[in-house]
Design a protein around this ligand. Sequence first.
Ligand code: JFZ
Length: 434
Amino acid sequence: MARTDWFTNDRFGMFVHWGLYSLPAGIWKGRRIQHPYAEWLQASEKIPRAEYQQLAQRFNPAKFDADAWMRSVRAAGMKYFLITAKHHDGFALWPTQASAYNIADATPFRRDVLGELAAAAKRHGIKLGFYYSHWLDWEGTGGDICTVHMENEEYVHPSQQQFEDYWQGKCLVQIRELIENYDPCLFWFDSWHDYQGKGRDFTSAYLTPARQDELISLIRGLSDTCLVNSRINMTHPSDRVDYISMMDNEYPERGFAKPWETSGTLNDSWGYHSLDFDWKTTRSLIQNLVGNAALGGNYQLNVGPTGDGEFQPAAIRRLHEIGEWLQVNGESIYGTQASPVGKLPWGRITSRRGNHDSTRLYLHLWDFTPGTALLVAGVRNEPVQATVLETGQSIKVESGQQGVWLELPKALAGLSLPVIVLDVKGVVTPKIQG
Ligand code: JFZ
């Protein structure tokens, strides 16, 4: 039983970016901020710390309802939920002892949002995890700043001693608090190669192998189950991490030996952006989920709640539509493995070892013509049966030189992104990827 078994089984989770930046929502002093990410407000507009941190006095999300959020997670067919416990601005969504810059001490709201979400997640059978910005922290207690967007007389890179004081006095203290208070299923640490265009990766000055080991050892010492992602340190990859986090909205051409995941946005920004109307279609979001599952990977879809604590209607509609598709096709995602024959011109395949020496293939039809024949190239196993997963309609199958042929019924026209279940004898020999 591997620590990551639940993760690879569940395949689909929710990411939430929520914090002080959700109030101005991409607008500052009446103008749209430069950075596409609303959560990068402080850096994008180089807002003096004292001015930015005044947002806390206005943070009072009266409409925040942890159970309502978890109902949306369930309605979408998602199995785990992550929230930004602390993003780059350094503000904490729980009553931490490490800094008064937190929801209980600095806002009129005062409620422990993470505590309420942890309890609601338990009630709804959802696993809860945390995003934590361990490298960048713009509170002013020694965390690093991002040169490209914010370096000025106030925002300068910390000295090694200043960063160490932040690391020991805030970062490690808060990680311990989060594990002891809320027992998270995983951490999603955030870093990247910060070349600042000068060829040298500034991240490594702070995220050293020693600090990486110190952080992972702290977590391992406090929790046998909590997973750690690869973006804890992109410069010194460690085999101690549990899963690989792709870059934002990055969908790989092939899978990895380790569990892996793509985090994606519903529109462009992670945090709520009131002028971001670039919403993705439900069809493309389902194809992201299927595309990653067909390569043995996970998909974590982001929501940016408003400053009041509500999900936008456009987000709720897409979550419900994805959930409706998973209601009838979930068997083709949860607990499945990657395609043994790669991707095909008409769509993708997920698989599951069947019983009695058989294999079940889930054929995700994306580009096809109802009433015509479809070739599952590369599958030379003897076909046993084929049915439409949503309706149970059986389909005529026969084996051929190049693979298994199916006669697609006309009735498929009425289904969006239909899935056909094809059972074949034996194990399907993986096609050697060119
Ligand atoms: C990072 C954060 O900065 C962002 O706010 C959000 O939390 C996202 C999930 O992760 O975004 C990045 C980080 C690095 C790159 C792009 C987006 N990069 O190096 O291309």
